[in-house]
Design a protein around this ligand. Structure first.
Ligand code: NAG
Ligand code: NAG
Ligand code: NAG
Ligand code: NAG
Ligand code: NAG
Ligand code: NAG
Ligand code: NAG
Ligand code: NAG
Ligand code: NAG
Length: 429
């Protein structure tokens, strides 16, 4: 619009100038009219250019809108999913924690119940003990009295037995009986003595039996006492066991809470935005030093230091490559690995056609690169020079990366593998 405005002004200026020169020569006038025609030509060309430029800008704008739309939607979707997944994990962890806490509350109640049961049993035990003690005391008193009665009776019986065997006494009695009543009472006296003896004997037996049965009763009470005692001991041992189990569960909860905290702290805040973490990490450039490269094995002269993308030879496995063969790269610190690239070896038609990745943060514990928990096989090379790249759906976050040979081109007698690689991504911090 501004350009068009300038054009109008210049046209107006030309017209004014023409009027001003009107009084001058015809040649001047002709020149002026030619200039005016020129200005009109210029106007239409200018307008066409303006239209072309506007159309071009509009197309570019449309294209940009389209590209932005197709970039933003999946990004937003991924962010939404990440947020949902993280909150799912937290919800799950909280559920586990809740279950553990509920279990602990149950255990505490169980413990309280046991303690209360123990307390009641202890009271019962003491009450019963007291009653038994009173019973025993009473029985002992009776027993002592019975014992003294038995010894009194025993002495009496002894005396009577002796008396019944005293011939002098019998003769005297017989003389008295004969003298007084002609022996009519002899039988009566003897019978009375005999029956008294019999009665005493029977009383003696009775007391002896009572004594024995009381002793049995006392023994029974003692047994019951022992039983109660061992029950109390068992309860006390169960109680201490329950207390220690509770202690272990407390520790477990603290442990779980710490693990949850650590998991939340370690959860990646956000993955690098697509397209922002794609630099070559330095295989080809040499930024990754030779000392960071190693391999399961290699042909002499074709070691892991030759495994750099576009190297003049490549890393070669020994004859008879196996699925145990791997190339290892230490990136020096934790990195996001967003893409990998491979090439074959430089000669002899040797190349890895199929490979897997694994990664580690300490060089000791390794994890396989997976997608949705399924190990991923990556297509390798089908000629010696073409670079084959794979963008990783989920970036690997690790310091160490391994390329594992799964399959390779087998040609002629040679049975080894050549490989050159590059890693792409960015440092994690
Ligand atoms: C405008 O674009 C058309 C078609 O692309 C082209 O033929 C023409 O030369 C362009 N005009 C100018 C003034 O650039
Ligand atoms: C979210 O979880 C689902 C199911 O576990 C998984 O398929 C998806 O890749 C996850 N998305 C992100 C962004 O982690
Ligand atoms: C504790 O005792 C109460 C009352 O007898 C009972 O309802 C509850 O189920 C017991 N709890 C446990 C955990 O044993
Ligand atoms: C012991 O003898 C006395 C007197 O004969 C009697 O009163 C008491 O009941 C007796 N005791 C027992 C335990 O038989
Ligand atoms: C037998 O009885 C007589 C008369 O009572 C008495 O003097 C005597 O000591 C008794 N003998 C014995 C061995 O008890
Ligand atoms: C024997 O026992 C009975 C019943 O306890 C009692 O009546 C009696 O007097 C006792 N006899 C003697 C000789 O002690
Ligand atoms: C003590 O614990 C054992 C095993 O846990 C159980 O069999 C026993 O019944 C318990 N004893 C008491 C008195 O609660
Ligand atoms: C690496 O080699 C490939 C194949 O020869 C070639 O296309 C590519 O340009 C090379 N890359 C660099 C950075 O030299
Ligand atoms: C790689 O090897 C695995 C295991 O043998 C196989 O399942 C997969 O299809 C192979 N992939 C390619 C691209 O050859």
């Amino acid at each position: 619009m501004a350009c068009f405005g300038i054009f109008i002004i210049s046209l107006m200026t030309s017209l004014v100038t023409c009027q001003m020169v009107h009084q001058q020569t015809t040649a001047d006038l002709q020149q002026c009219v030619a200039n005016l025609a020129c200005s009109f030509d210029y106007k239409s060309e200018f307008q066409a250019k303006l239209d072309n430029a506007t159309r071009h800008l509009e197309l570019e704008l449309e294209l940009l809108r389209h590209q932005t739309g197709s970039l933003v939607a999946p990004l937003q979707n991924e962010i939404r999913q990440l947020q949902a997944n993280q909150s799912n994990e937290i919800t799950y962890a909280n559920q586990v924690l809740g279950r553990v806490l509920a279990e602990q509350a149950y255990d505490r109640e169980y413990l309280r119940n046991i303690t209360q049961g123990l307390y009641i049993l202890n009271n019962d035990f003491h009450r019963e003990n007291l009653i038994r003690y009173q019973d025993v005391h009473r029985l002992v008193l009776e027993l002592n009295e019975a014992r003294s009665n038995i010894s009194t009776l025993g002495a009496l019986v002894e005396a009577l037995i002796t008396a019944s065997a005293n011939s002098t006494l019998i003769a005297q009695i017989a003389a008295i009986q004969g003298g007084v009543s002609g022996g009519a009472h002899t039988g009566v006296v003897c019978t009375a003595k005999d029956s008294e003896i019999l009665e005493l004997r029977s009383n003696l037996t009775y007391f002896m039996n009572a004594y024995a049965s009381e002793q049995k009763l006392i023994e029974m009470i003692r047994n019951r006492e022992t039983m109660l005692q061992s029950e109390v001991e068992r309860l006390q041992s169960n109680l201490s066991q329950a207390l220690s189990v509770n202690h272990i569960k407390d520790n477990l909860i603290i442990n779980l809470q710490n693990q949850l905290k650590a998991a939340l702290a370690n959860a990646p805040a956000s993955l690098p935005a697509p397209g922002t973490c794609v630099s070559a990490l330095g295989m080809q450039s040499g930024a990754i030093p030779n000392s960071a490269l190693s391999a399961s094995a290699y042909q002499p002269g074709y070691g892991p230091e030759k495994s750099r993308l576009n190297d003049s030879t490549g890393w070669f496995t020994p004859e008879r490559a196996t699925s145990q063969d791997f190339l290892q790269i230490d990136t020096g610190s934790q990195h996001y690995i967003t893409k990998v690239a491979t090439q074959g070896g430089i000669c002899c038609d040797v190349m890895v056609t199929n490979y897997t990745l694994s990664y580690s943060n300490d060089g000791v514990h390794w994890k396989e690169y997976t997608k949705d928990c399924v190990k991923q096989f990556l297509t390798g090379n089908s000629d010696q020079s073409t670079v084959v790249e794979h963008t990783l759906d989920t970036p690997i976050i690790a310091r160490y990366i391994r390329f594992h040979v799964v399959d390779y081109r087998k040609t002629g007698a040679s049975n080894y593998v050549g490989m050159r690689v590059e890693l792409y991504g960015c440092a994690k911090n």
